[in-house]
Ligand binder design. Structure first.
Ligand SMILES: CC(=O)SCCNC(=O)CCNC(=O)[C@H](O)C(C)(C)COP(=O)(O)OP(=O)(O)OC[C@H]1O[C@@H](n2cnc3c(N)ncnc32)[C@H](O)[C@@H]1OP(=O)(O)O
Length: 437
């Protein structure tokens, strides 16, 4: 039988905006408990300065949940049993303007408190808060794919992890403009920040990079576990023919004693396919190196230009960005469209955040979305009923409306219409999310 929830837990919510000693201590508790929740190796002396600087820079809103009745000899007598963080970010949804997103992160519940509804209560309250604050979307990257669907999240982008076989060099079918150089990150701080913004603006499905991402890419720290200076990181920068920085890769040499000598790409951002492909071409042409490990979109343009298509070996295809729609009109009006259409979506939201019927009037790649009283709508218009999850799947075009209808995940309950309404939400190319959070 499912254990009863623990009603006596005590939630403290913090907002990391103005620095204070009390907030510093809460941030330390938060990162320590998050590290423990993710089974990370905690450093002897954590680099608290970096943790504090980054958390304040993100303006993180975070919760610490305590058990006032914890055993006095347990860690939870003083440390939280649950962590939950969120901070404001942006999503490139292909409509020209970035879309504000409530980015959720650092969700942990201590092992002895799991499966008692701690996360469920927290995320329900947090999504209502984010909606009230006016965020059209909530976003996260998930440790497990089975957790967040019940809260209305659905994968919005996927990523491919691949191995490029390059013993003896990597040959392309094309010659692309620009050049790649061995980069010194210390000389690129400002240029990199500007590049990260341009790469975000040009990468459909991406989220804006944080100070953490930028510092990680430039080798200032390795990961949240230690935030210390990493060893053996290398950097490559792509410049276009006009001399503008158009791409950057942060990578590491794998050990020589492993079965294959390899380079592992830790981060790579680019403003164009050409920049990204040139960076991989550069990495794949290192003497002695037999493999490059990287990530990319599922229909990867890199694969299409390889002289030998089998040099690209897919290791896995994984869900990447998950979205939850909090305001249908605000979210879908700032997205791009491929086909004109008029149709109605009736959303049945199990959490009742976005339940209702919405009229989509799509013309010239833009939609006007209005919440309407269904009884007053045009009976000839196609009326499609679907859940809040399927709405999130439609958002970046991960799934098409006709696929939802054909697979029974949406139902045509009224009208019929003609034309392209079944393809109204299709996108020109699949989304890709280079930064997690
Ligand atoms: C955005 C991020 O930070 S992703 C990182 C998530 N964190 C982790 O993976 C760290 C390790 N895991 C944990 O800390 C916890 O197991 C959590 C945070 C995933 C879940 O916390 P809990 O408090 O145990 O979840 P809670 O009891 O509220 O469960 C809610 C529902 O989700 C289900 N659920 C929770 N965790 C999982 C899981 N890992 N796999 C499958 N189902 C799950 C529960 O069974 C329950 O289902 P029900 O409502 O149908 O009964």
């Amino acid at each position: 039988m499912r254990p009863e929830p623990q009603p006596q837990l005590e939630t403290r919510t913090f907002q990391a905006d103005a620095r204070s000693g009390e907030l510093d201590e809460a941030i330390k508790l938060f990162h320590r408990a998050t590290g423990i929740g993710f089974y990370e190796q905690l450093p002897e002396e954590p680099n608290w300065k970096n943790y504090l600087d980054l958390t304040y820079a993100q303006k993180m809103r975070f919760c610490l949940v305590f058990d006032p009745h914890a055993e006095p000899h347990s860690r939870h007598a003083t440390e939280p049993v649950h962590t939950y963080g969120a901070f404001p970010g942006l999503l490139n949804a292909g409509g020209g303007e970035p879309v504000p997103a409530h980015k959720i992160t650092s969700v942990t519940v201590a092992p002895s408190y799991r499966r008692r509804g701690v996360l469920g209560r927290q995320i329900t309250a947090d999504l209502a808060y984010a909606q009230q604050e006016g965020f059209p979307l909530a976003a996260l990257t998930a440790s497990e794919a089975t957790i967040y669907g019940r809260y209305g999240f659905e994968p919005a982008t996927f990523q491919c992890r691949f191995t490029l076989k390059c013993a003896g060099g990597l040959k392309l079918r094309v010659q692309l403009p620009g050049k790649v150089v061995d980069a010194d990150p210390a000389r690129l701080e400002a240029d990199y920040s500007a590049l990260a913004v341009r790469a975000f603006e040009r990468t459909f499905g991406s989220v804006d990079s944080t100070e953490y991402d930028n510092g990680y890419a430039l080798g200032r720290w390795d990961n949240w576990e230690t935030l210390d200076k990493p060893k053996n990181l290398r950097f490559a920068a792509y410049y276009d023919d006009a001399g503008q920085l158009g791409g950057f890769a942060t990578y590491k040499f794998g050990g020589w004693d492993e079965p294959k000598a390899k380079l592992v790409v830790h981060k790579l951002i680019a403003t164009s396919d050409a920049a990204r492909i040139k960076l991989f071409e550069y990495l794949g042409n290192h003497d002695l190196v037999e493999e490059v490990h990287g990530q990319g979109p599922v229909a990867d343009p890199l694969r299409q230009v390889l002289d030998n298509v089998r040099d690209y070996h897919v290791r896995s295809i994984d869900d990447s960005l998950w979205l939850r729609v909090l305001d249908v009109a605000a979210a879908f009006q700032v997205r791009g469209y491929q086909h004109d259409a008029r149709l109605l979506l009736r959303v049945n939201d199990r959490m009742d955040l976005i339940s209702g019927t919405y009229l989509f009037d799509v013309a010239d790649a833009r939609a006007t979305v209005t919440r309407i009283d269904e009884g007053q709508s045009d009976p000839d218009l196609p009326l499609v009923a679907l859940s809040e999850r399927e709405v999130a799947g439609l958002y970046l075009g991960t799934v098409q409306l006709d696929q939802l209808l054909d697979s029974g995940r949406a139902e045509l309950v009224g009208g019929a219409g003609a034309g392209n309404w079944r393809r109204a939400f299709s996108v020109a190319r699949e989304g890709f999310t280079p930064h997690g959070f």
